[in-house]
Design a protein around this ligand. Structure first.
Ligand SMILES: [Zn+2]
Length: 280
């Protein structure tokens, strides 16, 4: 027998953690838990997920019709219901907008793999769902191809949605993904992103199999071991010996414009110095 009040408390606690981690702003995000065949508890719309009380939590049926609750249910409940319909073993869904993971989809980059061991073992390749306007069934349908093949998906130009048998685990997948993306972005600023050697990635996949984690597509088919191996290339250029700062060499090689104003100033100065030297 499900303790409904206890689950409502857990939804509030998950909301508080999602908010404190900066995975949602203002009233963003939504959280749900399936308590019965045709009953799902979910967060309300237009309420900060950081400050929900058990009394704020809504009850809906599997069509999204509200059965109970003083507040209006989340407008993105169809996304949650789609996951529950496709995978009856799933009990909890967390949707939020973690900035580092979301940034990859905004930039049109798949999340690279083969960099950190824990990420490979607990998550592995994380797919990106195609973009659709949030709220309607068409939006919910964008995750359908990924249910059963992943436990977290990046929603293109939007955020993430994670699912599990408990709220705690759905939150873990979100935290692991965003922490990983944050390290990738910092690493790219420090220098280049170095990948794990292929045999060592294979060792991690073997370890994963031994742990009984069987949802990694790489262990089921002859899929590529590493995703988005091109990412980070701009910072891995060899020294051209032309006297420009390393980041300027990378920018010139990739055709990118460096974002930092000081860096632009240094590049202009380096070029000016060289022209002046040549004129002398
Ligand atoms: Zn959203």
């Amino acid at each position: 027998m499900v303790n409904e009040f206890r689950i409502k408390q857990e939804i509030c606690e998950t909301g508080r953690r999602v908010y404190e981690r900066g995975f949602v702003a203002a009233n963003d995000g939504n959280i749900s838990y399936r308590i019965g065949e045709n009953q799902v508890l979910c967060s309300p719309t237009l309420v900060s997920k950081g400050f929900m009380k058990p009394d704020d939590i809504c009850l809906v049926d599997m069509t999204g019709r509200q059965l109970a609750g003083r507040r209006k249910r989340t407008s993105e409940v169809l996304l949650h219901l789609e996951i529950y319909k496709r995978a009856p073993e799933i009990k909890a869904v967390v949707h939020c907008h973690p900035p580092h993971a979301t940034a990859f989809s905004v930039a049109g980059e798949e999340i690279p793999t083969c960099v950190l061991p824990e990420f490979e073992v607990f998550l592995g390749p994380v797919p990106t769902a195609t973009y659709e306007t949030p709220g309607a069934q068409g939006f919910a349908d964008t995750v359908t191809p990924h249910i059963g093949r992943s436990k977290i998906v990046v929603l293109k130009n939007h955020g993430t949605v994670a699912w599990a048998d408990t709220l705690e685990r759905a939150l873990w997948w979100t935290e692991i993904l965003d922490a990983y993306c944050r390290i990738l972005l910092i690493a790219k600023q420090v220098g280049r992103v170095e990948r794990l050697p292929t045999p060592k990635v294979q060792e991690l996949l073997d370890l994963k199999n031994r742990f009984g984690i069987t949802d990694d597509p790489r262990s089921l088919q002859s899929a590529d071991l590493c995703v988005n191996t091109e990412w980070g290339r701009g910072f891995a250029q060899p020294d051209c010996g032309c006297g420009l700062p390393a980041a300027a060499q990378a920018s010139a090689a990739s055709g990118e414009v460096p974002a930092d104003g000081d860096e632009i100033e240094r590049i202009v100065q380096a070029i000016t110095d060289r022209i002046m030297a040549a004129m002398r």
